[in-house]
Structure formats: structure tokens, C-alpha cells
Design a protein around this ligand. Structure first.
Ligand code: AMP
Length: 612
């Protein structure tokens, strides 16, 4: 294994196997970290901070600027300055709920394709834009260690779906980085606290309240294996909402006329609101002026403003605990992540809710990046192997006859996973089989989300029901899905990697789960009807074949069979599940003795002429 000398800035020479970097690619800020002499550290961009604002500015001279400098252009050049790009990763235009609130232009070319952002005359995908941020982080770390890097671990929210993970991986590739692993943010946060690096078994909650998003994840860690038991969150809840609440408080308090408020006053108010929030972490009051306007807010008023926001997060924590089927008393540790968890009132409320002290020793802005660096170090072979195990947020399956969803990987399955099932053809001589892959909890595929489809071609002609087609879903450690279809008798195989353009937002995921619960009874009825129809259609075909192949049938039996068959066809068109089942039963009762005679005749024929 190659040993590389790393010339650290302080002049130290450090010998390690290889430097693999850890990246926290955040909605508001991003960070890069490495393990240096066995200790994880984030790379500082100035004396006080490692945070690189996740903002990209396209300057008039064609230069791309990322980070703090780009942030200064948000107000002056909104159409050329892109922020919150993480919210668009792996999303189609139809997926977006709050597109109007972004200052830049999002292009709607068709509802199923990935969103594009228009800057000047050029169109960019969120992947290309995220790649710009990653390139900047790569540059920062290369300058610090004074040598090129090419491998990385990138963190994503635990609820990120396949398309969003794939998009993140692609962004890495575009930035010239080989993304060795996509790691869940809560998993990284636990690693930063050393949780999971020994062989103890623990159940922990990772509470992450950043600038714009909230996530709660419940993890079980056993022998270094991380399992995400559940996740909940709100992609539009965070420190920004607290800032807005303070701004609104001042507008009410000082009767500021909204119509008179220009964008620079609005911006000033926003900046002062954030300053007030941060100041009130350590002080009882905050005072400031904007021109002749004297602003003031007390800790008591501030607490009133943050309470409903904390309440919302606690409701989501309760849901996550319920999904994981555990109580607060089952938790061994609570890890806090995200800048907003610095608020003392929040820390004490969360600590009260969980009934125990919360972990706050590490800088909450840095924990995820530090954990990513630890995972990267493990992959570089510098640490004992730590396995990561995640879960699928929604069920995955394929469409079967009648538009039914046949689940192959159920929701909350641990990944990596390989699961499969056998299918066959429904028509004689069928050559092709279309495999459509869906994600969701409803019984009908029409209510779920299509991830992709492919056709298994060149199945040799065989009677219906004879081909043995196995369909396998393989989800790797990064949560990326491959689907394989194999006709076993002929060894015909087709495979696709689901590079879905059909992203799914967390709200949509929550909505789909809710829908599935609300529609469970209705779905079951439709499912039963479709199943009865499928069975009935099979019996009609079998009856036709039976009459055709058995010339010895008496005329009156044949007439009766045809009559009962037609009654079944009639019920298949208009009857409900019970009518269809009734018609099938009558036909079966009549045809069963005839089928037995036919079987005897066939056996006799087969034996005819044979020496026994
Ligand atoms: P993150 O997205 O994790 O970087 O968190 C950024 C959020 O944390 C922003 O809304 C900041 O205003 C907020 N924040 C940073 N420091 C503090 C603090 N001391 N008290 C309250 N909020 C803070």
C-alpha cells in the first residue's frame, strides 16, 4: 500500500496510507474535514470558521465564485447567485413545492425530467451546481494539505432517496472526486462522538436543527453496524424560521409599515434578527439600531417565539420514536447537530423531552463533517472497519397484472440488501416482459411513484406460465438500486441501474405514507377485485383451452361449460369481487369432474403402448 507524505501547513510531516476527505454538503453551508494524526478536524477557511456557504455566484466575467464571496452577491445579483441547491438535488420540476421562493430561475422543460437552473443564457443542473461547491471544498483541502485529493465520502440526509443519493454521487464525479461512500448525516454525527467505534450496543437519537431544515433520526448501533430505525423531519423548519419570527415581532412591536419596507431594510432586519438570536444565547436582552429605529428584544420574548418551533420538532421526535417502536427511556444517547441547537432553551427542552442530558461537546456545525472524515479514514484503511447499515424509506416493487404493486423490498428494510421473487408470463409465446419499478406504500402502482422500467427481451416462445423469470432488487451500501431480470430456462438476462429522474421530497414521502394509511381499506377492496379479475381471466382462458383440447366432451357438457364461462365473463365485466368469485366457483364445480376424466384419459394415453 502506498505511503504518502503529507506536508501539513504547520510543517509537520505525517505518514498515512492515503488521505480520503469527508464532506458535509449542506443546504446552507458545506464543510470539508480530514483525519490528521488520528484526529478528525475540519479545514478552516479563515481564523474562526470552517463553514463554506453553499452559494454559487456566476460573475459577469464568466468566473464562478463559491462561498462567502458568493453570499455577498445574493441581494445584488439574485439571478446569478444560486443557494439552497441541495433542495433541488435529484428532483424533477413536478417535485418542487416552494419553487417561487428561490430568487433564481428554474426551468420547466417537462414534468418528469430533472430541474435545470437558468443563469444568463446557460442552463445548469443541480448536479453541476453542487459540483462547483465540491470543487471549492476540494481546492480548500488541497491547499491545506498541499497535495491533490481524489477520493471522498459525502454525507446526505437519512431520508434522501435513490435519485438524490445518485445525484450527489454524480456531483462528486463531476468535481473530479471518486465518491467512495454516501453516508447518512446522523450516522456521521454519531461517528464524530465515537459512537459505533467500539463494540457496544446503543440506541441513539440524532436531533439536527440547522438553518433551513430539521431532521430526527433514531439509530441502533451494534458491533459497529449502524441501522437507521426511523427518520422524520421537516425540510422547511430551522434557524431561518426563528429569524423570521423575530423580524415579525419587531414589525408588530414598532408598527413598521410593510408597504414602506424596501429590500435593504428587510435585509437589515433579517441580519439583526439572526444577530439577536445568537446574542440571546448568552445574554438577557439584545439592542440595536437601524437608522433611527431602536430595536430591542428580551430573552423572555425570544423564548415565546422559539417555543412553537421547538414544539414542532418535538412532535416529529415523537413520530420517529413511534416508527422505531421505542420509548425515550430506550435511548442511550441524544446527539445534537446543527447551528440552531446552540440555543440554551432548545437544549433544555430537548433534554427534558428525552429525559436525559444531550451531547453538545462538539461544534454542532462540524459534527457531520468530522464523522464523514472518520468514515473516510476507515475506508482509507487507517481505522478498524466500521460497517454502515441503512434502511429504505419507502417500499420498492414492480407492477404486476392489473396494475398491482408487488413489493420486493419492504419499507424500512436494512441495506445493503438483495431480494427477489419469481414471475412467469401470462400469454402463450410471450417474448418480452416489461418490468416497471415503483416506490411507495399503496396497493396500486398508479398511486405510487415510478422509478424506471425496462424490457426483458428474447424470452424463447413457451406456453404461458412456463418461463421462470426471477426479478432481483439489489441495493448497495449507498442506497442505489439495481434491478435484474433473468429468464432461468433460457438464461436471458437484463439489468438496469435505477438512475431515477423522479426525485421525491420528504413531504411527498410523508404524504405517500399517510395516503397509504388513509386509503388502506379502499385499496384492499380494489386489490381484491383486481386479483379476482386476474384469476377469472385465467379460468376463462383455461376453459377455452380445455374445450378445444378435449374433443370427447358431450355436447350438453360443452354447452353448459360455455354458458358458465359466459356468465363468468359477464361478471368479470361488471361484477364485484364476490360476484366474480361466485361465478368462478360455479364453473369450477361443474368442470372439476370433467377435468378428472380428461386427466385419466391423458394418463391412459401416455401409458398406451408402454411396457409396464
Ligand atoms: P447549520 O445549517 O447547521 O449551519 O446552522 C445554521 C443555523 O444555526 C443558522 O440559522 C444560524 O443562525 C444558527 N445559529 C448559529 N449559531 C447560533 C447560536 N449561537 N444560537 C442560535 N442559532 C445559531
Amino acid at each position: 500500500m502506498a505511503k504518502i507524505s503529507i506536508n501539513m501547513k504547520e510543517g509537520k510531516i505525517n505518514e498515512q496510507k492515503e488521505i480520503i476527505i469527508g464532506i458535509d454538503l449542506g443546504t446552507t453551508n458545506s464543510l470539508v474535514a480530514i483525519v490528521n494524526e488520528g484526529k478528525p478536524e475540519t479545514i478552516k477557511i479563515n481564523d474562526s470558521s470552517s463553514l463554506v456557504p453553499s452559494i454559487i455566484h456566476f460573475a459577469d466575467n464568466g468566473k464562478v465564485v463559491v462561498g462567502a464571496e458568493a453570499k455577498t452577491k445574493l441581494i445584488t445579483h439574485p439571478l446569478h447567485t444560486i443557494f439552497s441547491i441541495k433542495r433541488l438535488m435529484g428532483k424533477s420540476y413536478g417535485d418542487l413545492s416552494q419553487k417561487q421562493s428561490l430568487g433564481y430561475q428554474i426551468i420547466d422543460d417537462s414534468t418528469e425530467s430533472l430541474v435545470k437552473i437558468k443563469v444568463g443564457d446557460t442552463f445548469y443542473s443541480p448536479i453541476e451546481l453542487s459540483a462547483e461547491i465540491l470543487k471549492e471544498l476540494k481546492k480548500i483541502v488541497e491547499a491545506y494539505i498541499d497535495q491533490p485529493v481524489s477520493k471522498t465520502v459525502i454525507t446526505v440526509p437519512a431520508y434522501f432517496n435513490d435519485a438524490q443519493r445518485q445525484a450527489t454521487k454524480d456531483a462528486g464525479k463531476l468535481a473530479g472526486l471518486n465518491v467512495l461512500r454516501i453516508v447518512n448525516e446522523p450516522t456521521a454525527a454519531s461517528l464524530a462522538y465515537g459512537i459505533g467505534l467500539d463494540s457496544s450496543t446503543k440506541t441513539i437519537a440524532v436531533y439536527d436543527l440547522g438553518g433551513g431544515t430539521f431532521d430526527i433520526s433514531i439509530l441502533r448501533i451494534e458491533d459497529g453496524v449502524f441501522e437507521v430505525l426511523s427518520t422524520h423531519g421537516d425540510t422547511y423548519l430551522g434557524g431561518d424560521d426563528i429569524d423570521n419570527a423575530i423580524t415579525r415581532f419587531w414589525i408588530d412591536q414598532y408598527k413598521i409599515d410593510m408597504d414602506q419596507m424596501d429590500s435593504s431594510l428587510r435585509q437589515e432586519l433579517r441580519i439583526k434578527s439572526e444577530e439577536a438570536k445568537i446574542t440571546l444565547s448568552d445574554n438577557d436582552t439584545y439592542k440595536a439600531n437601524i437608522g433611527t429605529l431602536n430595536l430591542e428584544i428580551s430573552k423572555i420574548d425570544f423564548t415565546k417565539l422559539v417555543t412553537p418551533i421547538i414544539d414542532k420538532t418535538i412532535e416529529l421526535c415523537k413520530k420517529a420514536l413511534k416508527d422505531a417502536e421505542i420509548n425515550t427511556s430506550d435511548l442511550d444517547q441524544i446527539v445534537l447537530v446543527g447551528g440552531s441547537t446552540r440555543i440554551p432553551e432548545l437544549q433544555s427542552r430537548i433534554s427534558d423531552f428525552f429525559g436525559q442530558q444531550v451531547f453538545t461537546e462538539l461544534n454542532p456545525d462540524e459534527v457531520v463533517a468530522l464523522g464523514a472524515a472518520i468514515q473516510a479514514d476507515v475506508l482509507a484503511g487507517n481505522n478498524k472497519d466500521v460497517l454502515l447499515l441503512d434502511i429504505t424509506p419507502l417500499s420498492l416493487g414492480i407492477e404486476t397484472v392489473g396494475g398491482l404493486m408487488d413489493v420486493i423490498v419492504p419499507r424500512n428494510s436494512k441495506i445493503p440488501i438483495k431480494a427477489g421473487r419469481n414471475y412467469t408470463t401470462s400469454v402463450d409465446g410471450q417474448k418480452n416482459l416489461k418490468v416497471s419499478v415503483f416506490q411507495g406504500e399503496r396497493d396500486l402502482v398508479a398511486d405510487n411513484r415510478k422509478l424506471g422500467e425496462f424490457i426483458l427481451k428474447n424470452i424463447p416462445p413457451m406456453p404461458a406460465g412456463l418461463p421462470k423469470i426471477s426479478i432481483h432488487f439489489i441495493i448497495d451500501a449507498d442506497g442505489i438500486l439495481r434491478v435484474k431480470a433473468l429468464e432461468e430456462r433460457s438464461n436471458t438476462e437484463t439489468e438496469i441501474e435505477i438512475k431515477s429522474q423522479y426525485g421525491l421530497s420528504e413531504e411527498e414521502m410523508a404524504k405517500m405514507l399517510l395516503d397509504s394509511m388513509q386509503h388502506a381499506t379502499e385499496d384492499m377492496k380494489i386489490k381484491a377485485l383486481i386479483e379476482a379479475r386476474n384469476e377469472g381471466n385465467g379460468i376463462v382462458l383455461a376453459t377455452n383451452k380445455f374445450i378445444e383440447q378435449n374433443g370427447w366432451l358431450e355436447d350438453q357438457d360443452k354447452t353448459e361449460l360455455l354458458k358458465l364461462r359466459d356468465q363468468l365473463i359477464h361478471q368479470l365485466k361488471q361484477g364485484d369481487k364476490d360476484d366474480i368469485n361466485g361465478a368462478m366457483e360455479t364453473l369450477n364445480t361443474f368442470s372439476r369432474p370433467l377435468a378428472e376424466i380428461a386427466l385419466d384419459k391423458n394418463v391412459a394415453k401416455a401409458l398406451h403402448g408402454k411396457d409396464l
